[in-house]
Design a binder for this molecule. Structure first.
Ligand code: HEM
Length: 446
């Protein structure tokens, strides 16, 4: 498929060009995790880092670690230190039997049969966003617009229809809460003892307690309504815990886990996705034609997006170049030899998804935007893992894909994005990989 007019290369991250020592590691990682990933991970499929760190970009080794012999290895301790206080002991961080029970309880919520219902809420947001852009043509910062739309979706599928809690309370509560979790503490990364006060805790313990109280209130008030037919995600969640008991604190943990895991990740994919369409206007036109053919007006449905292969390929390519979860990790619970790599018990196993997705040994023209590479082509397992793999694969993968597709389809159908002369920010990785500053595009109704 033809690319942009100049075949422009999308903005890339700067990785570490020299080895990073322990102290520097903590300093850089607190600011931008991408700056500690060795640049060699773009050329080689295995890089031995300092101390006990391994970086894996080899699809077979990755698959063995996530799906095979290493599948039960726990999430890295530092991940727990970073997001533990925000999401508690919910699905993302729990291990063993506690994790297994929760995964079993919540998996049906995310089943394809529930996506048409959720899509109705996403489509309502999509129509609002398109109408607002059409009314306010001109420069737009997509790093503001994208999270506003995923936040609206969360409010619609979880927090809507609660008379006891106002929309403004929810908006403010979520805003403070997200500011809190985006602010990774340097001390957490350095894994200093828990008694050393973290700046983050001192500054803002309140957003978490406030948000927990709000979540609890929302769950309890909805429970008392005893709805017969589920109307949104919260109804589905309540039905799941009613069938398979869970204490209220864990349900609050999980509600916040879904809010945290699903908001910023999808928002980043949207922002980068709009940017790529502006950079490649010819592909943007082709995608618009595809959307208009299937659904020229009105709410975009779950069935509609199944008939948009080019839009799906665009989203896959966006998540290849800009995976929101650009890095995740495990601690080796046992010694293991895979291919010729020796892993010792306690080693840090790093999966630099950003580098894997742009690795020169695996991809043709890795830094170019080529959605066509996802049309009718499958890749070896472990080569493309925006949602992870194995038992801990993202439970919300299909939910996210549907949400992103419905939102982009609703907007692109009516709005044309183009580049401006404002420089494009590089990706930065703290909690998720996002643009480092405002990403300004031109929006025009067509
Ligand atoms: C573009 C959007 C998203 C991306 C790129 C993404 C990525 C990921 C990745 C890579 C993991 C695995 C991490 C690991 O193995 O350590 C994960 C796990 C998870 N994600 Fe997502 N995610 C997205 C959206 C969502 C949404 C919308 C939800 C929920 C509404 C969600 C909920 C979760 C949960 C609960 C887990 C933990 C699953 C478990 O450990 O059993 N994610 N996600």
């Amino acid at each position: 498929m033809k690319s942009g007019p100049d075949d422009a290369i999308p903005i890339a991250a700067k990785l570490a060009t020299k080895p990073v020592g322990l102290l520097e590691f903590a300093k850089l990682a607190g600011r931008n995790m991408l700056e500690v990933i060795p640049v060699e991970t773009l050329q080689n499929t295995y890089v031995r880092g300092p101390l006990n760190i391994h970086y894996f970009c080899d699809p077979e080794i990755i698959t063995e670690l996530l799906v095979g012999a290493g599948r039960a290895f726990p999430k890295a301790k530092f991940t727990k230190d970073i997001i533990g206080s925000a999401v508690g002991n919910g699905l993302i961080l729990s291990e063993g039997e506690k994790w297994r029970k929760q995964r079993h309880r919540y998996s049906p919520l995310f089943a394809a049969r529930n996506l048409p219902l959720l899509s109705r809420h996403f489509a309502a947001t999509g129509l609002d966003v398109a109408a607002s852009l059409a009314e306010n043509e001109g420069r737009i910062d997509v790093t503001q617009m994208a999270p506003a739309s995923t936040l609206t979706n969360i409010s619609r599928v979880i927090f809507s229809g609660n008379e006891e809690v106002t929309a403004e309370e929810i908006r403010l509560g979520l805003k403070n809460y997200f500011e809190y979790i985006s602010n990774i503490s340097l001390f957490d990364l350095m894994q200093l003892p828990k008694w050393i006060p973290r700046r983050k805790w001192l500054l803002s313990k309140r957003p978490v307690t406030d948000m927990r109280a709000l979540a609890r209130q929302v769950i309890e008030s909805r429970r008392s309504e005893s709805r017969v037919t589920p109307e949104d995600f919260l109804d589905l969640m309540i039905a799941a815990v009613e069938e398979d008991y869970e204490d209220i604190d864990t349900t609050v943990d999980n509600l916040l886990t879904f809010v945290v895991a699903g908001h910023e990740t999808s928002a980043n994919a949207l922002a980068w996705g709009y940017y790529l369409l502006a950079l490649y206007p010819e592909i943007q036109t082709l995608i618009r034609e595809e959307i208009r053919e299937v659904c020229p007006e009105g709410p975009v449905t779950f069935d509609d997006v199944q008939k948009m292969p080019l839009l799906r390929a665009h989203i896959k390519e966006t998540l290849r170049l800009y995976p929101s979860a650009a890095f995740f990790a495990r601690d080796a619970a046992d010694a293991l030899v895979i291919k010729d790599v020796t892993i010792k018990k306690g080693d840090a196993l790093f999966f630099p998804v950003y580098s894997l997705h742009r690795n020169e040994k695996l991809w043709d023209e890795p830094n170019h935007y080529r959605p066509g590479r996802f049309l009718n082509i499958t890749y070896p397992r472990g080569q493309y893992i925006p949602f992870g793999d194995g038992p801990r694969i993202c439970i919300g993968a299909q939910y996210a894909e549907t949400e992103i597709m419905v939102l982009i389809a609703s907007v692109i159908r009516q709005i044309e994005f183009s580049m401006t002369d404002v420089p494009i920010p590089r990706p930065v990785l703290t909690f998720t990989m996002r643009p480092e500053g405002p990403l300004i595009l031109n929006a025009r109704a067509i």
